[in-house]
Design a binder for this molecule. Structure first.
Ligand SMILES: C[S@@+](CC[C@H](N)C(=O)[O-])C[C@H]1O[C@@H](n2cnc3c(N)ncnc32)[C@H](O)[C@@H]1O
Length: 261
C-alpha cells in the first residue's frame, strides 16, 4: 500500500477563526486528526464525521502521549495510506516540536506539508494591544521560552541585553526567574511588562505591570498557563490600545478581554 500524506497544521492561538484557509481545507479532507490540548476544539467539527479524532494533548509537566508515541502514531496512520492532519496549537514550528514530527515523517519516506499557523507569540500581543515593534519604542523582538533548562536562562539574559521587545512563551510557571534574569541582564526593573492569558479566546485576560512587579501581581491575580509574557516599552501601549472585548470578541464569547492593572 502506498503511503498517505501528513499535514502539520497550525491551529492558531485559540479563536478558531484564526485558522488559515489551507488548514480548513485540509481538515475537511482528513481521515485522521491528531490534535493537541491548545488546538481549538471547535476546529474538530470541520473534519468529516467519519474521521478518527485522536487526542495527543499535553499539559505543562505531563503528557497524555510522549513525543515518540505521537511520532509513531502519525507515521503508522500514514503508512496505512491515510490522510493525517496533525493539528497543533499556534504555529507548528514555534516551540511546537513540529520539526521532530516532520523529521519522523521524512525519515520514514512519508510525504508531508507544513501549514503555518498564527502563533501565540504574535496573537497574544495583537489581542492585548501591544505592537511588537513601534517607531521610537522598539525596532526588534525575540521569541524565547522559559522552560526549565539552565541554558534557556543564560540565553534569556543574552537576548535581554540585545533586543527591544521580548516575547516569552511557557512563562506562567516561571515568572519570578524570568523577570529577575532580565533585570540582571540590565533591563530596568520599572520597564513595562505584560502577561496575556488565553489570548484570543473568551477567557483572555491581560495584566500590565513592570518587570519587577509583574510576578507578584500575576500570582495574586491567579494567572496560569497558557500565558505569554511581553517585556519592553511597547507593553505600556496596552493602556491605550487594548481593544479585545471593547470592539471585538471571539465568536460565542460571553465576556471580552479585560485589562487588569
Ligand atoms: C508549547 S508552546 C506552543 C506554542 C505554539 N506552537 C504557538 O506557536 O503559539 C505553549 C505556549 O504558548 C503560549 N500560548 C499558547 N496559546 C496561548 C494563548 N491562547 N494565550 C497566551 N499564550 C498562549 C503559552 O506561553 C504556552 O505556554
Amino acid at each position: 500500500m502506498s503511503h498517505g500524506m501528513v499535514y502539520l497544521v497550525g491551529a492558531g492561538p485559540g479563536d478558531p477563526r484564526l485558522l488559515t484557509l489551507r488548514g480548513a481545507e485540509l481538515l475537511r479532507d482528513a481521515d485522521v486528526v491528531i490534535y493537541d490540548r491548545l488546538a481549538p476544539p471547535a476546529l474538530l467539527d470541520l473534519a468529516p464525521g467519519s474521521a478518527e479524532r485522536i487526542y495527543a494533548g499535553k499539559k505543562p509537566g505531563s503528557s497524555t502521549l510522549d513525543q515518540e508515541e505521537i511520532n509513531d502514531l502519525i507515521v503508522s496512520h500514514a503508512k496505512q495510506g491515510k490522510t493525517v492532519v496533525r493539528l497543533k496549537g499556534g504555529d507548528p514550528f514555534v516551540f511546537g516540536r513540529g520539526g521532530e514530527e516532520a523529521l519522523a515523517c521524512a525519515r520514514e519516506g512519508i510525504p508531508f506539508e507544513i501549514v503555518p499557523g498564527v502563533t501565540s507569540a504574535v496573537a497574544a500581543p495583537a489581542y492585548a494591544g501591544i505592537p511588537l515593534t513601534h517607531r521610537g519604542l522598539a525596532a526588534s523582538f525575540a521569541v524565547v521560552t522559559a522552560t526549565r533548562r539552565e541554558d534557556t536562562l543564560e540565553q534569556l539574559a543574552r537576548i535581554g541585553a540585545a533586543v527591544d521587545t521580548i516575547v516569552v512563551l511557557m512563562a506562567a510557571g516561571r515568572l519570578d526567574e524570568t523577570c529577575s534574569t532580565l533585570i540582571k541582564s540590565g533591563r530596568p526593573p520599572g520597564e513595562p511588562a505584560a502577561l496575556v492569558q488565553w489570548a484570543t479566546t473568551s477567557r483572555q485576560r491581560s495584566l500590565v505591570s513592570t518587570l519587577s512587579g509583574l510576578p507578584g501581581e500575576a500570582t495574586s491575580a491567579g494567572f496560569g498557563p497558557p500565558a505569554t509574557l511581553l517585556v519592553g516599552q511597547v507593553a505600556s501601549l496596552a493602556w491605550e490600545l487594548a481593544w479585545f472585548g471593547a470592539v471585538g470578541e471571539a465568536e460565542g464569547s460571553e465576556t471580552g478581554g479585560n485589562l487588569t492593572s
